[in-house]
Each structure stands twice: as structure tokens, then as C-alpha cells.
Design a protein around this ligand. Structure first.
Ligand code: NAG
Ligand code: NAG
Ligand code: NAG
Ligand code: NAG
Ligand code: NAG
Length: 451
């Protein structure tokens, strides 16, 4: 009895702390160590993945040259979505979870005179008591890139902070930078609210990766990058500056649940820490948004491929390197490495090829006539910096592109200035933990199925 009463009091106490104080969550930390957000997935068509991923990556070089604030992208297909609650009372939104960009933004209507209401805006600022636009003269406004031509008149009371945020394929979203209250279900089951979360109230979005069918009906992007305005940075401090996710194989039926966990996934029971492998997260000042890791070598079965370490390195200009990205579906590898890998696969795979080439893929097989429709395929392993070995199952890099056709789901990165990307398909079935304080990426085959 006593224990129950105590628990109830503690719960009420931490609930009050969380809702009233918001930022004072530290005091209630023992009650909820992490936030858990279900990840949802829309099953894409392979051709869509290919076109959206490719446009996303093709112009990386250009982006770096032109844009002061770097951002990744949320290419629309093969994405994982997260439910996000914004405002008072909370409005429910479906956002793309993207470790390759920083800005949290939602399609939004903030007009007072709403005859010019933005069509399809998901978030209605005027229905929220906690919506507060950032003034253009506010320090916070320096955190976002601004459209040219717009000067700040600091004597005007209502002079909102306008932003213009670019993605790597040239997609752009613009709007007002603002603050809002967000709501989550904490691990304890109690609702928690965070005040003054900075986000983009987006009026305009254009370009393939953030509009139209390729956006899969998402209402914005949840940036989880390393920069100051990402959700991982804004909320991270209260949760040990860690977040993790496990992307479940979405070809399984029924589709298993995936979660994005903000906080300590071990504390949350997501994985057994002693079985996690680690590799350092590398910082690149040219692209501070991205989570870079180092690749030391690649094996196919027991053959270590002769790829020069310089192929994987970040050069003095900040070009190259390898990024972990939840917002890209396929895996993109620097051309010299790609060529070696594909050739080694071709040498080893002696299975029939489809009658017609599958555009965009260099190696496909026709499994229809085979005794086993899931034939044994060569296994690729990546040795990461520090010596940990990432050995994904073959389903993470052989994609069903048509009935009976499987293709090697790797793509070359042609521009020497661009970087390699470990995409979300390759990440499936592993728990990845981004420990931002220690600058470590942990990964494990365990812990995905735990509640
Ligand atoms: C509201 O919008 C309408 C149509 O755009 C415009 O004619 C009117 O002047 C606006 N009113 C205010 C108060 O801004
Ligand atoms: C700034 O805003 C004030 C008040 O609205 C106005 O009087 C002034 O002319 C504006 N200055 C410029 C440079 O637009
Ligand atoms: C919390 O969980 C309940 C029940 O699953 C759900 O209805 C509600 O939308 C969730 N709230 C938030 C803020 O995620
Ligand atoms: C964690 O893993 C270690 C080694 O694999 C094992 O000895 C230990 O019992 C595990 N702990 C839990 C809580 O599963
Ligand atoms: C795959 O091979 C079978 C014969 O085993 C053939 O009938 C079928 O047309 C082939 N499919 C493709 C896409 O090439």
C-alpha cells in the first residue's frame, strides 16, 4: 500500500515538474530516463528510392560550395516517420526522422488573417497558446540560414525571423523560426512537455525530397543531426546527449515496430550495453550536421578488398568521409570502393541474371528458377575505425526490385568531393546508439525487439 502511495506521489511530482517546469526535467530523471517515439514506415517502390536518393546525393558538391549552413536531406521514400506532438493543446504531426539534417520543421500556418491560409498546412499556430515566433533581432535567429534580401528591422515589434533551409538535392523550405511546447510519452508512461523548442513554421517547401508523392504525406522533418537546432541537440542535454533507434525490416509481415529513443537506451532496456560495438563519431567542421564514421576496410566473405584508406578519408577541404544517415535509403560508396565491391560480388554470384537490366543497379539476379528463392549470397562486412565489425545480413543490401528479382542495393558516389552514406536499408535490424557526448556510435544486433 505504502509503496503504491509513494509511487503515485512520485509520479505526480515528476509529472508536475515536467509539465510546469519543462526545462527542469533533470530533477525527475530517475522516473523517466528516456523518451520513446514509435517509428513508422511507408514501404516504397524501389524505383522511387533510386530516383529520390540519387537526386539527394548528386548535388552534394554544389551544396557545399554555395550554402553557408549545411544540411542533409530528407529524401522522401524508404523513410521512417515519427509522431511528433507540438503546441498547447498538442497537435499531432508525422515527420521524417532524419539524422542527416538539423532543422525541425512542420508545414504551418501562422497568419493572423487566415484568408491566405497555407494549403495543407499541418500545424495551426493560432490554435496553440504556446506558439511564439522568434524575433529577427533575437540571438536565436542566428541559428538558421536566412533568405537573401530580408533585412531585420529591430525596432518593429513584429518582425519574424525568416529562414530558408536547403537540402542537398536543392529542395528548400522556408518560413518563420519559432518556439513551441512539445509533448512526449516518457518511458515511465507519463506525459512530459518541453517548452521553448525551436522549430521552423514552414510556409513553403519545394523540391523533390520534401514535397509531392516522394515525401509520402509527411508533414515536416525531424532533424536529428549534430548541429545546435536539431531535436537531438535541443532535448539531448536532458537525456545524456544520446539517442538511438532500431529500424526494423519493413518487408516482414506484420511489420515490426521500430522506435526512436531519446536518452539512454541501455537504461531503457533497449540493448545490453556489454554486447554493443563502438566506433568513433568523427567531426567535420565543413559539415557539422553529419554523423561521420570511419571505414577501415571492407570484406566480402573472407576476402579483404584492396581499397586504399584514402578512399574513405575526409580530406583537408572536408570532402569525402562516410555518413550514417537515416534519411537516405540506399548505401552510397565512393566510386573506387564501389567498383571493387561490385566486381567482387559479380565474381562470386553465379546465379541467373534477369532478362532485362534493372535501371540503376549493376548486379541483379533472377531467383524464380532457383530451388531456394532466398539463395545464399556473399556477405559483406565493414571494419570500422577502432576495429569494430559491422556485418549486416544480406537482406540489408540485396533489395527485391521486382517479383523474383534481387539487386545489390549499393550506389556509386561519382563526385570525389561527395561523401559515402550508410543508408537506412543497410542499418535495418541493428540498434544504433548515437552517443554525442562521448562521440561514439554504438551498434548491436540485439535489443531491437525489446519493448
Ligand atoms: C486579409 O486578407 C485579405 C485578402 O488577402 C486582404 O484583402 C485584407 O486586407 C487582409 N486584412 C488584414 C487586416 O491584413
Ligand atoms: C522599422 O520599423 C519602424 C516601426 O515600424 C519604422 O518606423 C521604420 O521606418 C522601419 N525602418 C526600416 C528601415 O524599414
Ligand atoms: C501517448 O500515448 C497514448 C496512448 O498510446 C497516445 O494516444 C498519445 O497520442 C501519446 N501521446 C504522445 C504525446 O505521444
Ligand atoms: C548482457 O550480456 C552479457 C554478455 O553477453 C551477459 O553476460 C549478461 O547476462 C547480459 N545481461 C543482460 C541483462 O541481459
Ligand atoms: C527469370 O527466369 C525465369 C526462368 O527460370 C523466366 O521465366 C523469367 O522470365 C525470368 N525473369 C526475369 C525478370 O528475367
Amino acid at each position: 500500500m505504502g509503496a503504491h502511495l509513494l509511487f503515485l506521489l512520485l509520479s505526480l511530482f515528476s509529472l508536475a515538474l515536467a509539465t510546469v517546469a519543462g526545462a527542469g526535467i533533470g530533477a525527475g530523471e530517475s522516473t523517466f530516463q528516456y523518451l520513446k517515439l514509435p517509428l513508422l514506415h511507408n514501404r516504397p517502390f524501389p524505383s522511387q528510392i533510386l530516383s529520390s536518393d540519387s537526386t539527394r546525393l548528386i548535388s552534394l558538391h554544389r551544396r557545399r560550395a554555395q550554402l553557408p549552413v549545411t544540411s542533409g536531406s530528407a529524401s522522401g521514400t524508404g523513410q521512417y516517420f515519427v509522431e511528433f506532438h507540438l503546441g498547447t493543446p498538442p497537435q499531432r504531426l508525422l515527420l521524417v526522422a532524419d539524422t542527416g539534417s538539423d532543422l525541425v520543421w512542420v508545414t504551418c500556418s501562422a497568419c493572423r488573417n487566415c484568408s491566405e491560409r497555407v494549403p495543407h498546412s499541418a500545424f495551426l499556430a493560432r490554435h496553440s497558446a504556446s506558439f511564439a515566433p522568434v524575433h529577427c533581432y533575437d540571438e536565436k535567429c542566428k541559428l538558421v540560414p536566412h533568405p537573401r534580401r530580408v533585412a531585420c528591422n529591430h525596432t518593429r515589434l513584429h518582425s519574424p525571423c525568416r529562414y530558408e533551409y536547403f537540402y542537398s538535392d536543392g529542395s528548400v523550405t522556408s518560413g518563420f523560426f519559432a518556439t513551441e511546447t512539445t509533448a512526449f510519452n516518457a518511458s515511465s508512461g507519463l506525459p512530459v512537455r518541453f517548452k521553448n523548442v525551436k522549430f521552423g513554421c514552414g510556409f513553403r517547401a519545394s523540391g523533390p525530397s520534401i514535397t509531392g508523392p516522394s515525401f509520402n504525406g509527411a508533414q515536416g522533418v525531424l532533424g536529428l543531426g549534430r548541429g545546435p537546432i536539431s531535436l537531438a541537440t535541443q532535448l539531448g542535454r536532458r537525456f545524456g546527449n544520446k539517442f538511438s533507434y532500431c529500424l526494423m525490416d519493413y518487408t516482414l509481415a506484420p511489420t515490426p515496430r521500430s522506435y526512436l529513443v531519446i536518452g539512454d537506451s541501455q537504461g531503457g532496456g533497449a540493448t545490453n550495453g556489454s554486447r554493443m560495438s563502438f566506433t568513433p563519431l568523427i567531426h567535420n567542421s565543413v559539415s557539422p550536421t553529419f554523423y561521420y564514421i570511419g571505414i577501415e576496410s571492407v570484406n566480402i566473405e573472407d576476402t579483404k578488398l584492396p581499397i586504399s584508406p584514402s578512399v574513405w578519408a575526409i580530406d583537408e577541404l572536408g570532402n569525402g568521409g562516410t555518413v550514417m544517415d537515416s534519411g537516405t535509403t540506399l548505401t552510397f560508396l565512393a566510386q573506387p570502393a564501389y567498383t571493387r565491391i561490385v566486381n567482387e560480388f559479380k565474381r562470386r554470384v553465379k546465379l541467373p541474371q534477369p532478362a532485362e537490366l534493372t535501371p540503376g543497379f549493376d548486379l541483379c539476379i533472377n531467383v524464380s528458377g532457383l530451388p531456394n528463392p532466398n539463395p545464399n549470397l556473399p556477405k559483406i562486412t565493414f571494419r570500422f575505425a577502432g576495429g569494430s565489425v559491422f556485418a549486416p545480413p544480406t537482406g540489408n543490401y540485396f533489395l527485391d526490385t521486382a517479383p523474383d528479382v534481387k539487386c545489390l542495393a549499393l550506389q556509386p558516389v561519382a563526385s570525389p568531393a561527395a561523401f559515402s552514406v550508410i543508408g537506412n536499408l543497410m542499418q535495418q535490424g541493428f540498434t544504433f546508439e548515437f552517443d554525442r557526448d562521448q562521440s561514439l556510435l554504438g551498434f548491436s544486433r540485439h535489443g531491437c525487439s525489446q519493448p
